[in-house]
Design a protein around this ligand. Structure first.
Ligand code: ZN
Ligand code: ZN
Length: 138
């Protein structure tokens, strides 16, 4: 559902092919008790491709899209911000998901580098944790 999609002025398009770059989409997820505001990022080549991706996402989910724009035009607070990808792939079951907030492993082993795996569900996280961090850790 798109109720108040703001069309933002993009910088004057030149004749050059648009570059592939990160875009940020802001939307509200309806929940039983409250509305949940969140961001996602995705790669697109120019405004029209970004628009298509946003429309597809809006059709697939019941989220209310607020705005989308190039990440570099989003202001300083966005530049270093870690934003989940619009289409995430579960490290464990390889399913694509974009509705749920990705669940992170964040396990710190002896190498002290944090595990960056992302999951679609708590179950996948537990399975991953067992196979990757418990069993192999012995
Ligand atoms: Zn999964
Ligand atoms: Zn892990």
């Amino acid at each position: 559902m798109i109720s108040s999609l703001v069309m933002l002025d993009n910088e004057a398009e030149s004749d050059d092919q648009p570059l592939v770059e990160y875009w940020v989409i802001a939307f509200i997820k309806p929940r039983r008790d409250k509305r949940y505001f969140t961001y996602r990022q995705f790669l697109a080549k120019g405004y029209y491709e970004a628009f298509d991706i946003v429309m597809t996402f809006a059709e697939k989910t019941s989220n209310e899209i607020l705005w989308f724009k190039e990440k570099r035009n989003c202001g300083k607070e966005f530049q270093g911000k870690v934003i989940p990808n619009l289409e995430s792939i579960c490290t464990f079951c390889n399913k694509e998901f974009n509705y749920n907030e990705p669940i992170k492993c964040n396990f710190k082993g002896r190498s002290s580098t944090m595990c960056s795996s992302e999951f679609c569900s708590l179950k996948c996280k537990e399975e991953h944790f067992y196979f990757k961090h418990v069993r192999q850790g012995r």
